[in-house]
Ligand binder design. Structure first.
Ligand code: PLP
Ligand code: COI
Length: 340
């Protein structure tokens, strides 16, 4: 039985659910891992995560489909990306097969927290890993904890499908040879001041530029970006310092193979974005959130799709992607991972 929650009015926030998954790394190996109801983490005061932010995470969702199954969307890619994040941060990889098994266990244990089909909500799944033993000199920890908790969530941006406004910030998100391409907690710490400032000024998010030249579009604090050209091409920034979004890679595939559109990954310059007719943010949390306007230090770029509705191509991409996730449209092989 589903929990008695007002699913349609959920925002994107943490809600304590019944069970989480925990495994520990010690003496060079991972423990067998278990489901627990204990939501508290107790670690040493000098743990690597507390001193030097040695932590990485992932984000994916479980959905109820039309036939009432519970599925995840491409969790194998989250497993692979978390291994890449761990390697970049000198943390031990959590093996892919174990990652998938852990996702399975934690969702299965919390089945009655999975929002009903058609409610607009989903179950957000947050795998993460952090250094637990004391470090003083700057070096990696020797012991780690891998955990996964879940929380039912609604839309990331308040107002759901209403287009949002981005600003071009004066802050950078990632350095060219830094950690922008992995899901390191430190990337998000870097972005906190910029997002607080953006919100104070009335913007929904920051659209970061490449920090080397500050001429090219990168991504926002928590999502990749796509644009639609006047010729209905879907374009997205190519950069080695943005997170390789699973949603974006899936949307580019959907654009080409389901909608018959040209989908191009290339460098995109700030001084060309006024030529695009649509813009949207994509990610697990953001799904595909339409952007109506970008403000670059007072210069307004208004996409012709406007501030009321998603653009036509954005809407088609959204309907197709969410249709695949909810079992209404046939998925490419391997995209849907059935849990129950
Ligand atoms: N970019 C950043 C900085 C993110 O935090 C996220 C969220 O995971 C994304 C992009 C979107 O990635 P994905 O589609 O894999 O969730
Ligand atoms: C996600 O989309 O899963 C993320 O991790 C983004 C985060 C900013 C909520």
């Amino acid at each position: 039985m589903e929990k008695n929650i007002d699913w349609g009015n959920l925002g994107f926030g943490y809600m304590r659910t019944d069970f989480r998954y925990v495994a520990n790394f010690k003496d060079g190996k991972w423990s067998s891992g278990q489901i627990t109801s204990d939501d508290k983490v107790v670690i040493n005061e000098s743990a690597g995560v507390l001193q030097y932010a040695q932590t990485c995470f992932e984000g994916l969702k479980a959905y109820k489909t039309k036939d009432n199954s519970v599925v995840c969307f491409r969790p194998d890619l989250n497993a692979e990306r978390m291994i890449q994040s761990a390697e970049r941060l000198e943390m031990p990889a959590f093996p892919k097969e174990r990652f998938l098994d852990a996702i399975h266990q934690v969702v299965q244990a919390n089945l009655n927290w999975v929002p009903p089909y058609g409610s607009g909500a989903s179950l957000y799944i947050r795998p993460y890993m952090f250094g637990t033993n004391p470090v003083m000199g700057v070096k990696p920890a020797d012991e780690y904890q891998f955990r996964i908790f879940v929380s039912p969530v609604g839309p990331y941006f308040k107002g759901g499908a209403k287009p949002i406004t981005l600003r071009i910030p004066d802050f950078d998100r990632a350095a060219p040879r830094g950690t922008g391409h992995v899901k390191a907690g430190l990337n998000y710490a870097m972005s906190l001041h910029a997002i607080v400032e953006a919100h104070k000024q009335g913007y929904n998010e920051n659209l970061y530029l490449d920090s080397a030249t500050r001429t090219k579009i990168e991504e926002t604090g928590g999502a990749n970006v796509i644009f639609v050209t006047k010729d209905n091409e879907v374009v997205t920034p190519k950069s080695s310092s943005i997170l390789p979004s699973i949603t974006r890679r899936s949307l580019m595939y959907v654009a080409e193979n389901y909608l018959g559109l040209k989908a191009v990954e290339r460098e995109i310059y700030l001084n060309e974005i006024h030529t695009f007719k649509e813009c949207a943010l994509c990610g697990t949390a953001a799904v595909l959130s339409p952007v109506g306007r970008v403000i670059d230090h007072g210069r307004e770029i208004n996409f012709s799709s406007g501030m009321e509705h998603a653009g036509e191509i954005t809407q088609k991409l959204y309907d197709t992607l969410t249709g695949i996730q909810q079992g209404k449209i046939d998925a490419p092989d391997g995209w849907i991972y059935k849990i129950a």
